[in-house]
Design a protein around this ligand. Sequence first.
Ligand SMILES: Cc1ncc(C[n+]2csc(CCOP(=O)(O)OP(=O)(O)O)c2C)c(N)n1
Ligand SMILES: [Mg+2]
Length: 356
Amino acid sequence: MRTAKSIEGAPPRVAPELLLRLYREMLRLRTLDERMMTLQRQGRVGFYGACTGQEASTIASAAALEPGDWIFPALREGGAMLLRGFPLVPYLCQIFGNAGDETKGRQMPSHMASKSVNQVSWSSCIGSQLPQAVGAAMAARIKGDKTVVAAYMGDGATSSADFHVAMNFAGVFKPPVVFVCQNNHWAISIPTQKQTASESIAVKAVAYGFEGIKVDGNDAEAVYGAVKAAVDRARAGQGPTLVECETYRIGAHSSSDDPTRYRDEREVEIWRKRDPIEAFRTRLVAAGLWTEAKDEELREKLAGEVNEAIAEAEKKPDPPRETLFEDVYSSPPWFLREEREEMLAVPKARRPGAAQ
Ligand SMILES: Cc1ncc(C[n+]2csc(CCOP(=O)(O)OP(=O)(O)O)c2C)c(N)n1
Ligand SMILES: [Mg+2]
């Protein structure tokens, strides 16, 4: 078991263009999350789970993957899709669940997915994506292609039966899977010390027969380095790795949660001082790769970009009602055809404020 962290003051080991790309994407995600939480409070979206405080873990880990690799996400990895080229407007349409949504309004916000960027839809049941990811990695190995699968989870998911199933199978059969655990210290109201008696989450990999590595999850460079090494090993046929990114959930679990009921605000303050975006900016400025003036310009640009995309996405109407009956049967049974006809015979109710 190793622990990884960038050495303070040491020059970056990752190419400057990549570092700047990671920084921009992290800041875009922060900007987006802030806006979406506001929209949720305004009643414009139903639910939202922000990634605030965890941007380095999400973005830098996903950046270590090749475009053909697959992501099996949990709640906080939606931003990986944007990093991998999914456009912002349809991404937002998924959050609104409207006609611009590729998944036809069938998923919760923060459960975004698209085949175009190899990101699988999350089924919400904690840990359920892990055996699925291992299965996909096995399929890649059997087919003999070079695809790697990233299996994301929170600390809470490590208590699920599916975690054991996935880790054990991966240890025995060694498919090309990289488990990335975002240990953000909380599983809604349950702190990590009530989740496990192990000294870390990474150490659990040892019992399954493969390597675990704990990384400072607020250090984008360290996350990238650790996950890249794990991805390279997986692609070279050397089997799985568990990477634990130690980070912190600065905000609420989701828009439905009030953390002041169970969490000491002083703890949050400590982690605010370890903000991954602030730390990254300081490091980039110190390395001569970034300036405060450029930073201000970027923040303004991102705010504009996000606001424009929201305005465009919000204009779209609801998904057509008849899509409710699509995509399950190639030839729908008579009772569904009948239900569809009955529904279409009823005039559509107008949602207050909805576009016509
Ligand atoms: C099987 C199951 N049990 C309970 C829940 C309710 N639930 C939703 S999120 C969550 C906590 C998840 O914590 P963690 O895995 O640490 O991820 P985080 O939300 O912190 O990113 C729980 C218990 C669920 N979705 N599925
Ligand atoms: Mg958690």
